[in-house]
Design a protein around this ligand. Sequence first.
Ligand code: FAD
Length: 498
Amino acid sequence: MSQIRKLVIVGGGTAGWMAAAALSRVMGTRNYQITLIESDEIGTVGVGEATIPTIQEFNTLLGIDENDFMKAVNGTFKLGIRFDNWSKPGSSYFHPFGVYGVDMGGLNFNHFWMRYHKAGGSGDFGLFNPQTLAARKGRFGRMAEINPQAPNVNYAFHFDASLYAKFLRGYCEKNGVVRQEGKITEVTQHPESGDITSVTLANGQAITGDLFIDCSGFRGLLIEQTLNSGYEDWSKWLPCNRAVAVPCDKVGPATPYTTSTAQEAGWQWRIPLQHRTGNGYVFCDAYMSEDKASDLILQRLDGQAQAEPRVIRFVTGHRKQMWNKNVIAMGLASGFLEPLESTSIWLVQDAITKLLKYFPKERITEIQRTCFNRDMLAAYDNVKDFLIAHYKVTEREDTPFWAYCKHMDIPDSLKFRLESFAEHNAPLVEPTELFKDASWFAVLAGQGMVPKSYSPAADVMPNDEFLWRMQRIREGSAGLADMMPPHETYLAKACPSP
Ligand code: FAD
């Protein structure tokens, strides 16, 4: 019989409710008692509204109907991210979900595109990706509904973070998760092992547990404030440490993509929802004051502001131990990487998957902790390299912030990837990494880094056949995009706002 029975989740933001939902679904509440504690007084961070396609797997795990979910969270569909002004002011490229073209003979399509381009074909590699083409036209539709014979088109969602937490709360409570409102004011540890034994609320109520999931946000109530797990600071590579967020009225149809616009001391996000548009300026306080960033974002909104700008402070990096003693940190309590590629909610999902993989039976072993920490660090590390590449591979030096980024030292792992891409069009991606070749290609080539050469295997096909195939792939991508209706039309039909 398992001795790990009482699971206590501290925090009811996106991370806490995602953890509670998955644990209640997979482990169940018959053998496990799952309690989630959240404080209305403290509230949640209230941002985090753009996702990547892996969230579909999470919905599938929970058995959630996608249209019900989209209605509940005022969601929109997302085909990728448009990056404006990143390589230089006026530039633009699209990082789509999904690959370019079709791999041939086991070789990545990017090599064939290079052959095509070097022989005078269009330099617009977006022509070979249906998501990019649909995004440009403001279209979206699930291919399974439009034409089940057609290849799948990858997509993710934008959603209202507070509605998502509410939606998951309803799901969890139906599954038997006990929600406890209150502020934790005291944490008790076992005198010898140091394991957390209980947390006590301001009203004096003590809640005991065997395993604690710390989803308490940046403060890391258990993992840091109690267990002092330490923090690895990555600010020298990702210097942004502030965000100012402000929602505005929706103007015009919701774009089926997030927009990220490089600005003087960082970048600005634009996330369309059914009922409003989310905006934020992520910046570095060494180059811009909070007041100035707040003024600038207000000037740049495309609709009427719905609230005062709200400043959020953070330090990029991660806890040195994300699983320490009987505490597992998830979400902002485990670390933070800026939302440039919408990866934080995925990191929560990934931590949940890894917890389920290493879930302790009778007692927690050092092996479980070590494996979890190793795997999570790898996930953080890989995303970190990809994010840094966005700042490093740029022609921009027009402000002190961009001059710093362009000339900053970068991790050896990224140096190696960039060299390998520049020389051979191969960014050295491990199979377990989140961002694959197509993503690296989209961002590096999108920011103007053209590889010197490509694999000679791409030159073997006779020219006539090669050009014929490239033309078919282009037409296929355009055909898929053209099959889709306007995004708003699809939304109105599939998941009208509540
Ligand atoms: P929080 O939302 O802060 O929740 C913490 C919870 O802990 C709250 O319920 C709080 O009440 C509770 N709590 C804390 N202390 C106590 C206490 N003493 N007693 C009781 N309860 C307590 N991610 C993406 O994937 N995509 C994005 O586009 C994206 N954009 C972001 C933009 C910004 C500016 C920031 C900062 C983050 C963004 N993220 C994004 C990350 C995303 O917001 C978070 O990963 C996600 O919201 C999870 O937050 P959380 O649940 O860990 O923390």
